[in-house]
Design a protein around this ligand. Structure first.
Ligand SMILES: Nc1ncnc2c1ncn2[C@@H]1O[C@H](COP(=O)(O)OP(=O)(O)O)[C@@H](O)[C@H]1O
Ligand SMILES: [Mg+2]
Length: 275
């Protein structure tokens, strides 16, 4: 199919139309995702929340072109081709740093995949390390850093080539709760400075609401979009947003969806109100 070209003034962002994904043979396919329609505006921060196995990573892999959709079309900034978009970066749950390289050399690694010059990008890499609070660690090695610090390095690395699309697959999933809260606040700051389009996958209801302009709530497998919530909390949301009525209402709404779908059950709802 010919690439869909954006007209000047169009703001295509990422468009998914009738996207489904099945794995395996025709007689026993696993339907991972069904009929997903979604428009992500340029510069928008979108969070996807849903239970394990509902197709969140599959969705991200299809948008990044690591995996083709079974049906439907996905357009990324007007491009419907099968090559990974150039202006895209991905952050995974596990940081995958190269242990034999210093922190700054890990951040500079993406330069080697392109024609960009390491020397020219070095000041930017140092600036990014500063932004993620690791200015003093440029010459250290990954094993000298904590898990949270390593994940900061992988975020700095993802930002090196100034992506306009940042895909994050449970990037804070392996971190302790306090580190995770801090990373969330810092990610919002980074986004406010750069305004790239972000697709942030999580199974934390709170994290989704505290970060996103819109929260996509997915059903259990086969994953479908159950609801899309607008979050109108003012930014920066920082730590205080957890006390806002808007936050409490939206997290209640998502919890209700997960209760009705059996993703959460039993005393989960009562327990939340005493938390
Ligand atoms: N390469 C694959 N082959 C077969 N099944 C897969 C593959 N990748 C994912 N799946 C299945 O698709 C469903 C969705 O997986 P995934 O997108 O990883 O879920 P999530 O990220 O929401 O936890 C799961 O049932 C999973 O087992
Ligand atoms: Mg996943």
């Amino acid at each position: 199919m010919a690439p869909v070209k954006a007209k000047p003034g169009d703001n295509p962002g990422v468009l998914l139309e009738n996207v489904s994904k099945s794995f395996g043979t025709a007689d026993a396919p696993i339907h991972a995702l069904e009929r997903v329609d979604l428009t992500i505006g340029e510069g928008e921060f979108i969070a996807v929340v849903g239970p394990s196995g509902c197709g969140k990573s599959t969705l991200l892999r299809m948008i990044s072109r690591l995996s083709p959709a079974t049906t439907g079309t996905i357009s990324v900034f007007g491009d419907t081709g099968s090559e990974p978009p150039r202006n895209m970066s991905i952050v995974f749950q596990n940081h995958v740093l190269l242990p034999w390289r210093t922190i700054i050399d890990n951040v500079l690694f993406p330069a080697e995949m392109t024609s960009a010059s390491r020397q020219e990008l070095r000041p930017h890499a140092l600036e990014l390390l500063g932004l993620v609070g690791l200015a003093d660690f440029a010459g250290r090695y990954p094993h000298e850093l904590s898990g949270g610090m390593r994940q900061r390095v992988s975020i700095a690395r993802a930002l090196l080539l100034k992506p306009t699309l940042l895909l994050m697959d449970e990037p804070f999933g392996a971190l302790d709760a306090l580190t995770r809260e801090q990373m969330r606040v810092d990610l919002e700051d980074l986004w406010l400075k750069n305004r790239m389009t972000v697709l942030f996958i999580t199974h934390s209801i709170d994290e989704a609401i505290l970060l996103a302009d819109r929260v996509i709530v997915m059903t259990p497998r086969p994953g479908r979009i159950e609801r899309i919530l607008n979050v109108n909390l003012p930014r920066p949301r920082g730590l205080a947003a957890r006390r806002e009525p808007e936050f409490l209402e939206k997290s209640e709404e998502v919890t209700e969806i997960f209760l009705s779908r059996g993703v959460l059950h039993g005393r989960a709802k009562e327990d939340r109100s005493h938390a």
